[in-house]
Design a protein around this ligand. Sequence first.
Ligand code: FAD
Length: 282
Amino acid sequence: MSGGDAVSGTASGPLLTPARNIEGTYDVVVAGSGAAGLVAAVRAADAGLRVLVAEKAALLGGTTAAGGGVIWAPNNHLARQAGYRDSREDGVAYLTEAAGHGLTREEVEWYVTMAPRAVAYLDAETRLSLTPIARPDYHMEWQGAADGGRSLDNGAFDPSGYPGLAEAIRPSSYFPLLTMTERDQLNGRAADPELLARRASAGVRTMGGALVGSLLASALDRGVEIAVSAPVDDLVRDGDKWTVTLGGVAAGKTISAGAVVLASGGFEWNPGGCAGRSCRFR
Ligand SMILES: Cc1cc2nc3c(=O)[nH]c(=O)nc-3n(C[C@H](O)[C@H](O)[C@H](O)COP(=O)(O)OP(=O)(O)OC[C@H]3O[C@@H](n4cnc5c(N)ncnc54)[C@H](O)[C@@H]3O)c2cc1C
């Protein structure tokens, strides 16, 4: 088997780019196919750029696909439309309490300024279906806390129209096939087994899986190339370009990129590290 186009028991299919087709110069190479990488890929494609998402694992979505997928965004327009009150100042006050020990004031303000803009973009331009949840912030005793609306849930993602996509996304062994809103409404009761079975057989994804599925569909709509089992192994700065060496099924492939987005997740560490103009990933 060659070229990464049919890896047994893993993601494959026409929607993914076989390793043999990865070539030439990309405007942007994104390392990692979690929420961070896929949002970057979609946004770059909207700017008219040629984009490759190179994913190390055999399945797409990283930790994002296995998680709750809830986006925390103070002062977002969807919460306002749903009747929640919030402000930039309250968002800054709360995030300073929550993370101010590890973030500078500028970083806190940047997040609180950009998060609602990112939500507005995702809501208007992508296949994401976001809904504010009636959940309070974790620490209502902290300054600037809000009693709901900052946490955004993903609508269930139906992969019909994207053959092979459901199988390409990492499954969640932690959450049932319910949206976070549906799960909250159960109040401990069992979920409807017929609904769960219907969703499972249709490849429907919820929570983090829905976030990943919707972003992948949006990326594919825009012609983003996506490769699995193709880790970014090495990066070398070469003038105004990066030379990117891939591994796995694309072992030995070296491509050129105008920019590289490192979205390889927070649950891993890079023992190789970066030195000067070069980064080695393992
Ligand atoms: C059970 C659970 C529930 C959670 N619920 C929530 C929630 O509701 N809301 C929330 O905000 N957070 C939640 N989190 C945390 C959240 O899932 C992560 O913070 C988030 O998914 C990180 O996203 P990411 O895109 O940065 O990385 P990831 O989703 O982890 O994606 C990184 C990807 O990069 C790939 N990769 C690594 N190295 C390379 C390489 N060299 N080349 C190419 N690819 C590479 C990985 O294989 C992976 O697919 C939850 C986590 C868990 C475990």
